[in-house]
Design a protein. Structure first.
Ligand code: ATP
Ligand code: MG
Length: 456
């Protein structure tokens, strides 16, 4: 599309809604100071797009013709970061403005741009603003705002695409996805976040090229997964992943479990969890990656657990092995740090303990550091499996009692199993539920910390 230099369209201040009032003081300072030092400098990327849409930008990126070293000479409060992509960070208290030098897609032979098998692994060839525009991913992300005359510079038709709410890759879509398969996930995320349609030619190659995600760095996919699922529109992202055939290449075991779950309960559980997380984010409440991944991978875990139980393993062994297997396989795609996978396992393992009502076990569970998250997870499961509601209500009740009241209402030995053997047996076909006909976990020798030994 853009092999000859792209044509510049300048959208004057009177034709767009971006006002300095809505731009962070730190970003404005960077733009003015670079201009004063004789460099050109533009606000670019998501911030310009969001401002055009009347949204509050999440962060501010600046593009300039100054090299990172020159940027550092202009700002004392500046550090240089990155190898794959060298940048300057200008720091104002808690605000960090990312300043990148215009980059080109051309390989000048210096080794500053490295392509491995069609993929971009190093990207440090500086270039002109035109070149910088066409190497960005979507047209809506390639708009440049200047404080010289407050105009927006558009080389790729991004302004019209923003007006039409269209997400369009710049250049040949298949080649751009091959160059960086993470753009497939960015398409899902941005379409969900902005409520944009993915333009047909940009959507067409997605299903065929999604297998390339297996070659992307799992650390980068972890970062991307947090942006996809923890910024307030995770449920929509998940629907798009399903719709475009991407889920099986991103969360393969979950996708396989969903495909086998004709009841649709697994899908409901994941979507309910994501909607709950979205509501929390939008109310400025915290969400934890451990709970998020516990939900995203629960269909895979529940499936694996059933397979192991059917093969005759007892519950405690099956739970550990299922968690290890699911996690190990998922780590090939997403590098979930152990500080999240460990609590994720605990959330899973505690689900089978909720059926036990002996006094000692009840108190042990209530005092478990992960009780709250595990209980929230039980409530989540109960919201899609009605047979679990009595159990979830009982634990809600238990938490509201004083220890004395609770002790009075419990017996020392198993008063528990009524719920497990009777009512819950009917729920055993649901993949979202742990099998009801299993006995409580067999007592293991008391090695308190042994559970921490998952493999990663
Ligand atoms: P958000 O509002 O969620 O931050 P964003 O578009 O600003 O969305 P960033 O990851 O902050 O996303 O990236 C900033 C800009 O860098 C993008 O708008 C785009 O121009 C460019 N960019 C980011 N990732 C890529 C990529 N994989 N390929 C090409 N350009 C990219
Ligand atoms: Mg951004």
């Amino acid at each position: 599309m853009q092999s000859s230099p792209p044509a510049l369209r300048v959208i004057g201040r009177e034709h767009h809604p971006i006002s300095r009032k809505n731009i962070s003081a730190a970003a404005l300072k960077v733009l003015y100071r670079l201009n004063e030092a004789g460099y050109s400098a533009f606000l670019v990327g998501g911030a310009v797009r969001d401002l055009l849409l009347g949204r509050q930008p999440k962060d501010y990126d600046v593009a300039t013709d100054a090299t990172p070293e020159q940027v550092q000479q202009v700002f004392r409060n500046c550090r240089l970061i990155g190898r794959r992509f060298r940048l300057a960070h200008v720091v104002f208290g808690r605000d960090i403005i990312e300043v990148a030098t215009f980059r080109s897609n051309d390989d000048d032979g210096s080794g500053d741009r490295e392509i491995d098998n069609g993929r971009l692994v190093r990207d440090n060839v500086y270039g002109s603003i035109e070149e910088d525009a066409v190497r960005r991913d979507f047209t809506a992300n390639a708009l440049y705002y200047t404080v010289r005359d407050f105009s927006v510079h558009d080389y790729v038709g991004g302004y019209e695409d923003v007006q039409a709410r269209v997400l369009r890759l710049i250049g040949d879509p298949a080649a751009r996805y091959r160059e960086d398969p993470v753009r497939i996930l960015r398409a899902m995320r941005l379409a969900a976040k902005l409520d944009f349609n993915i333009e047909p030619a940009s959507a067409a190659p997605i299903a065929a090229l999604a297998p390339l995600l297996s070659e992307a760095s799992n650390a980068r996919l972890f970062d991307e997964s947090l942006k996809m699922f923890m910024t307030g529109h995770g449920a929509r992202v998940f629907e798009l992943l399903l719709q475009y055939g991407v889920l099986e290449h991103f969360l393969p075991d979950t996708a396989a479990a969903l495909a086998q779950d004709h009841s649709g309960l697994c899908r409901d559980l994941v979507l309910t969890a994501l909607r709950g997380g979205d509501a929390r984010v939008n109310a400025d409440r915290s969400v934890t990656p451990a709970f998020l991944f516990a939900a995203l991978l629960w269909p895979a875990y529940a499936h694996e657990l059933q397979v192991l139980l059917a093969a005759g393993h007892d519950m405690a062994v099956a739970e550990r092995r299922a968690a290890d297997r699911v996690t190990l396989r998922q780590l090939e795609r997403i590098a979930i740090p152990r500080r999240f996978s460990q609590p994720m396992h605990e959330i899973w393992w505690m689900q089978s303990r909720f059926g036990q009502r002996q006094r000692k076990r009840v108190f042990r569970l209530l005092n478990h550091p992960r009780f709250r998250a595990a209980f929230d997870f039980l409530e989540l499961r109960a919201s899609v499996v009605p047979q679990l509601q009595a159990e979830s209500q009982w634990w809600a009740w238990a938490q509201a009692q004083t220890p004395e009241q609770l002790a009075d209402g419990l017996v020392g030995k198993s008063a528990a199993s009524d719920a497990r053997t009777g009512k819950r047996a009917q729920a055993s076909d649901a993949l979202t539920d742990t099998p009801a006909d299993q006995e409580a976990p067999k007592r293991r020798p008391r090695r308190r910390r042994s559970r921490a030994k998952t493999q990663e």
